[in-house]
Design a protein around this ligand. Structure first.
Ligand code: EPU
Length: 417
C-alpha cells in the first residue's frame, strides 16, 4: 500500500509538461489488436492503467514493447481467449477489448469491466451498439458471451452521449460490413484521437468530434503509427494548482481548446492566465469570485475536473455551486475536504461550497482517481501536513505526479505503508 505525504503552503513555479491522455491511450491500445500488422503508439503515459492493458495484451499473445513513451504492439500472434476476471476488473477500459476482439473474431467472452466506484456505470449502450451490428449477447453472473455470424453496419442511436459506447461501436463497425451511423455520439477529443488512429489503420470514419459519426466497414486494418493527444484532465488539474499557488507556473504541451470550459470558468473567477499556442502560464489569485458550474459531456465542463475544481471553489469569496450530472457518486472527496476545514454541503446531485475557508492538514483517503487529485490540491494549500491513503487510485491516471509537483516547488512524497 502507498500513501502520499504533503507539506502544504509552497508556491509553485517553473514548468510542468503534460503527458499523453489516459482516456485516449486506454482505448488506442485495445484498438491496436484490430490491425493485421505492427502498430506504434507514441506519447503513452507511464501509469498503472497502461500496465494493466500491457498485461492483457501479453496474456492474449501479442508482442509488446514499451520504451521512451512509445508502445510497439505486434498483434499477429494474438489468440482470442477470455481475459481473466481479476485482470479485466482492474479498469473500465478493459471493455475496449470486448469490441476489438468482437470486431476481429466475431466472438468474445468477457466479464463486466472495473473502474473507479463513482456510480453505477452500466454498459447497456455498448451492448445495444453490438446488437445493432448483428451480435448476440448472452449475460450470466456478469460474464458476457458476445458472438455474430456476420457483423453488419447499422443505425445506432445512443440514449446518452457515452464515451465508452461511442468508441466500442466505432471499433466493431470498422470491421462490420457496410455503413454504420452512430447518432448522439460523444464528442470528446479522445474519440477523435481513436477515429484518427483507426483511419490511419485503413478504416473509413467521418464525423468524429460531432454527434453523428459514420463508419464504412473494411475487410482488414493495417499497421500504423499514431500519437496520443495531451491529457486535458491532467492539464486541468495542474492549471487549477496554478490558480491556487502559481507564480508564473507554466503548463506546457497542451491543447488549450480542449480545456476551454475550465479556462472560461477561471476567467469568470478572476484568475489571471496567459494562454499560448500549446501552453498556459498561470498565477495564484487572492480574490477569487464564486461561480456555479454543471458537469456535461464535451465541450461542457468535464466531470473528471469536478472534484479537482471543488478545492479551488473552497477559496472563493462567497457561495459556489456545482451540479454533477454524469455520475451519482462523485462526491466522496467532500467529507475529506470538510475534515480539512472546507464548508461544503451535499444536496442530491449538487454541492454548495461556502468560501473562503482556510484548510489544514489531515489524514484523508483517495476513494477514486479524481478524488485523490482533489485532495492533493487541497493538501498543497493546507497548513501543515496531509497524508493521503489509497493513492494507488491516483497512480492509475497521473504520470509522475510526485516528480512533476516536486520539480515546481511542492513538498510531496510517496511512502510505502
Ligand atoms: N452510461 C449508461 N450506459 C452506458 C454508458 C454510460 O447509462 O452504456 C451512463 C452512466 O451513468 C455513466 C455515464 O453515462 O456514468 C457516462 O458514461 P461514459 O460511457 O461516457 O463514460 P465511460 O466511457 O465509462 C469515460 C472515462 C471517464 C469519464 C467519462 C465521461 C475512460 C476509461 N473513462 O468513462 O473517466 O469520466 O468517460 O467523460 O475513458 C476518469 O478518468 O476519472 C474517468 C472516470
Amino acid at each position: 500500500m502507498k500513501q502520499i505525504k504533503v507539506c502544504g503552503g509552497n508556491i509553485l513555479s517553473g514548468t510542468i509538461k503534460i503527458s499523453g491522455a489516459k482516456n485516449s491511450a486506454v482505448a488506442l491500445i485495445p484498438a491496436s489488436i484490430l490491425a493485421d500488422d505492427i502498430v506504434k503508439i507514441d506519447n503513452i503515459p507511464a501509469i498503472s492503467d497502461i500496465d494493466a492493458l500491457d498485461e492483457i495484451l501479453k496474456y492474449l499473445g501479442a508482442k509488446v514493447e514499451f520504451k521512451d513513451g512509445i508502445m510497439t504492439i505486434d498483434p499477429r500472434s494474438i489468440k482470442n481467449k477470455m481475459i481473466p476476471k481479476e485482470v479485466s476488473s482492474k479498469l473500465r477500459a478493459s471493455y475496449y477489448f470486448m469490441s476489438a476482439l468482437l470486431g476481429k473474431y466475431k466472438y468474445v467472452e468477457m466479464y463486466f469491466p472495473g473502474g473507479c466506484k463513482i456510480g453505477a456505470r452500466p454498459i447497456d449502450q455498448t451492448l445495444k451498439g453490438f446488437k445493432e451490428l448483428g451480435a448476440t449477447v448472452v449475460e450470466k453472473d456478469n460474464k458476457f458471451v458476445i458472438s455474430a455470424e456476420e457483423l453488419k453496419g447499422g443505425h445506432v442511436y445512443l440514449d446518452m452521449p457515452s464515451v465508452g459506447a461511442t468508441i466500442n461501436t466505432m471499433l466493431v463497425a470498422s470491421r462490420a460490413k457496410g455503413l454504420t451511423i452512430i447518432e448522439n455520439a460523444a464528442k470528446e477529443p479522445e474519440i477523435v484521437n481513436v477515429a484518427t488512429f483507426l483511419n490511419n489503420m485503413g478504416a473509413r470514419i467521418t464525423g468524429a468530434g460531432t454527434s453523428e459519426i459514420r463508419i464504412k466497414g473494411v475487410e482488414s486494418l493495417k499497421g500504423c503509427f499514431t500519437e496520443v493527444i495531451p491529457d486535458r484532465i491532467e492539464t486541468g488539474t495542474y492549471v487549477i494548482a496554478g490558480a491556487l499557488l502559481g507564480d508564473n507556473l507554466k503548463i506546457e504541451n497542451i491543447i488549450p481548446e480542449h480545456i476551454e470550459s475550465l479556462t472560461l470558468k477561471l476567467r469568470e473567477m478572476g484568475v489571471k492566465m496567459t494562454i499560448g499556442k500549446d501552453n498556459i502560464v498561470i498565477n495564484k489569485c487572492d480574490k477569487l469570485k464564486p461561480v456555479n458550474l454543471k458537469t456535461l459531456g464535451y465541450p461542457g465542463f468535464p466531470t473528471d475536473l469536478q472534484q479537482p475544481i471543488t478545492t479551488l471553489l473552497t477559496q472563493c469569496n462567497g457561495l459556489s455551486q456545482i451540479e454533477e450530472t454524469i455520475y451519482e457518486n462523485r462526491f466522496q472527496n467532500v467529507p475529506y475536504l470538510n475534515k480539512m476545514g472546507a464548508n461544503i454541503k451535499i444536496s442530491g446531485k449538487k454541492l454548495k461550497i461556502k468560501g473562503p475557508t482556510k484548510l489544514k492538514g489531515a489524514k484523508v483517503t483517495a476513494t477514486d482517481l479524481r478524488a485523490g487529485a482533489c485532495l492533493i490540491l487541497a493538501a498543497l494549500i493546507a497548513k501543515g501536513t496531509t497524508t493521503i491513503k489509497d493513492i494507488e487510485h491516483v497512480l492509475r491516471g497521473y504520470e509522475n505526479i510526485i516528480e512533476k509537483l516536486t520539480d515546481v516547488g511542492a513538498k510531496i512524497s510517496l511512502e510505502e505503508i
